[in-house]
Write a protein that binds this ligand. Sequence first.
Ligand code: CA
Length: 198
Amino acid sequence: MRSVFVVMLLLMVTQMASAETVLFGWEGTDTVLGEHIDVIAQISTEHVHGGSQSLYIEENSGKATSAAFVALITGLQVGDTVDAEFWRYDTTPGSSPSVRIWGRWVSDPDSLNINYWSAGGNSDYGPGTGWDLTSWSWEATADSLQNLVIEARIYSAVGDAAWIDDMTITAPTGAIIYVPGDVVAFENTTWGDIKAAF
Ligand SMILES: [Ca+2]
């Protein structure tokens, strides 16, 4: 009977250890991990989806690929998948300001604007009728794809502003997830670790 219990517990541990999820809602003072081109990023209480604060982003260049870096996932291995979503707010249907969730692969997680390339993303601009949830998934399909930056792209005239809130990042156990002001590391639980627990 005990062996059955142990096997069931091991199955539960194995399933729980396969992926981990981080929630982030800009409730502190940290804004972004970086930016591409020129984005103004500030904590805001003007439009909030959850809690009492959100992230305000403002286009400051007029270029279509300006982005705020809202998360970084490192330590990915071939076949790993990262899922990300956040709520976005604008009230201009069919025109800017608009926000997309996008990704970029970086070769050096300490230099997010050197040796990077687009990882693609969700090309939907959203309804522009207030808050809506946007999401995308990325797969590491090569050894060179170990570090993924999650971007909130803001389109596209100088002064265009939108809000972001309640981000969810899911990554495989063993990856490290960086959100503004915090590092969340999930260690791999090996078979040896599990056996040692008994
Ligand atoms: Ca919030």
